[in-house]
Design a protein around this ligand. Structure first.
Ligand SMILES: *Cc1c(COP(=O)(O)O)cnc(C)c1O
Length: 521
């Protein structure tokens, strides 16, 4: 068996621990590529030759082997179970990735999503045969509109960024309808998630950046100056603002921001990816928001980071609701129906069918099992947990801004000054401690940013263990243990990767070793 190229643990080497012949380390099983384990002629199934089969390929029939690796069933099981155990997962430990809301996905949601009437529903089924599924869409819409105090919601967008596109297309449709097509400037705070300016540009708007102040919020003086003297006929199409913002802070001046934008004849797009810090406490409609996407895969659990698809329903204000995309569900006296064709106001259609059904059932299951009191408590616990982390680390790490935070705690790298340890090294050392690192170097407005979002899923015991690890790392950095940080991670199956090369020149295809290479070995 070939062993070169397989990562060996430097810890084992350094500590003079014996190397195993198998390459495994107890429960950490050595894993080869499937192409190295399998062979083309092996198979896990034994099927009879189909009777009466005639090939219609003629001269196009394949003559050689296809070259895919064949494995027996137990080999297949082991291969994928071993691979799965090399991954970090929310079901394995704290996943404090700020901005991403990696929270527990209650198993009840999975059970509901797998019910045949939901899981097997076909988008082309006659509506009379899918009344239950349409009711889910209708009830979910009701709760999203209620939680936001907004009169309409477009369910079809399939992710947060897709929801942004939906909201901005509704704004553009409204502007064009009103003969305001010269309004093409969108204000975006410099701390915004990258999807905001990208969406604005995708919709044909130009992006005008608003600076942040030293409190991590929109610089109101800069905003007022920008909008000063502009009437409703200005070139301002709107603003895209995240609340709580990407620094984990509530935008205290949000009502004035909405008023200023409306006075300039623009619309207020709110990036609602952080709605999990507001549910049950604040209704965006009360703040003057015209459009906001909700990441069902963040706020309302649904597997996030677990490889599941997303869903980005977008709530719309009175001013925008007529421009919503099709299809949408309507309730009539004979049951539920779908509006499939756009009238002259709707901006059209965002996807072929009705969006991600599995995400709707999971989100509704999450809402109904929590109840309104439970949703509010989840919000409060998420904010409490983040503040507990911020308060417990603020003497050894440096919070980026003063005061309390919302659902995530943001630190900068001042506490690492002169230690030689950088944010990246700190994050890599967290891997050895058994944690997925927090979000690093984002938001860009904070130097060496470390954004920690614990979510409400974590118990106090888990948070205390996490805090203990973080404190110990901060103290080790200050004690001059820079070399161990530069080495980290030492316990991970893969150590430091050349991330730039991996992104720019990914090796995505296995190529069989050539005869000459084999001969040379
Ligand atoms: C996650 C996120 C988005 C994008 O959502 P996707 O579902 O990944 O497209 C947009 N804005 C903010 C602030 C986010 O956190």
């Amino acid at each position: 068996m070939k062993t070169e190229g397989r990562p060996t643990s430097p810890v084992a080497a350094n500590a003079n621990l014996p190397q195993t012949v198998s390459g495994s380390k107890a429960l950490d099983q050595a894993t080869s590529l499937i192409f190295e384990t399998g062979t083309p002629r092996r198979t896990g199934v034994d099927l009879p030759e189909p009777k009466g089969r005639k090939s219609r390929l003629g001269s196009h029939a394949r003559e050689g082997e296809i070259g895919l690796p064949g494995l027996s069933e137990p080999e297949t099981m082991r291969h994928y179970v071993r691979l799965s155990q090399k991954n970090y997962a929310i079901d394995l430990g704290v996943y404090p990735l700020g901005s991403c809301t990696m929270k527990h996905n209650p198993r009840l949601n999975e059970k509901v999503a797998r019910m045949p009437g939901f899981a097997d529903v076909h988008p082309l089924q006659p509506v009379q045969t899918a009344q239950g599924a349409l009711e889910v869409l209708s009830v979910l819409s009701h709760w999203l509109m209620t939680l936001c105090n907004m009169p309409a919601v477009a369910l079809t967008p399939k992710a947060g960024a897709h929801g942004e596109l939906c909201g901005m297309m509704a704004i553009r449709a409204r502007l064009d309808k009103d003969g305001q097509s010269h309004k093409r400037r969108v204000l975006v705070p410099e701390s915004a998630h990258g999807t905001n300016p990208a969406t604005a540009v995708q919709c044909g708007f130009s992006v005008d950046e608003i600076p942040a102040n030293d409190k991590g919020r929109v610089d109101m003086d800069a905003l007022r100056t920008k909008l000063e003297g502009l009437g409703a006929d200005s070139d301002i199409a709107g603003i895209m603002l995240t609340n709580p913002n990407t620094c984990g802070l509530f935008e205290n001046d949000i009502i004035e921001i909405a008023e200023l934008i409306h006075a300039a004849g623009g619309y207020f797009y709110c990036d609602g990816a952080n709605f999990n810090a507001l549910v049950g406490r604040v209704r965006p409609g009360d703040l003057g928001v015209d459009a906001m996407h909700i990441n069902l895969h963040k706020t309302f659990s649904t597997p996030h980071g677990g490889g599941g698809p997303g869903s980005g329903p977008t709530v719309l204000s009175d001013a925008l609701k007529d421009h919503a995309p099709v299809p949408y569900v309507v309730a009539g006296k004979d049951g539920f129906d779908l509006v499939e064709h756009a009238d002259e106001n709707s901006f059209g259609r965002m996807c072929a069918f009705h969006g991600n059904m599995g995400m709707y059932t999971r989100a509704l299951s999450y809402m109904m099992s929590h109840g309104s009191d439970g949703l509010k408590q989840a919000t409060e616990d998420a904010v409490l947990n983040a503040n507990y982390i911020q308060a417990s680390l603020s003497d050894v790490m440096t919070p980026a801004f003063g005061g309390t935070c919302m659902h995530e705690a943001l630190f900068d790298d001042r506490f690492l000054k002169d230690t030689g340890v950088e944010t990246l090294d700190f994050a890599k050392a967290m891997i050895d401690e058994g944690y997925h690192p927090m979000t690093m170097y984002f938001p860009l407005v904070v130097h060496g940013a470390m954004l920690i979002e614990p979510t409400e899923s974590e118990s106090k015991g888990e948070l205390d263990r996490f805090i203990l690890s973080m404190r110990s790392l901060a103290q080790r950095a200050k004690a001059g243990e820079v070399e161990s940080f530069k080495q980290a991670p030492v316990y991970a199956p893969k150590r430091r990767l050349d991330e730039t090369q991996a992104a720019r020149k990914p090796v995505l295809r296995w190529t069989p070793p050539s005869e000459t290479a084999e001969a040379a070995e």
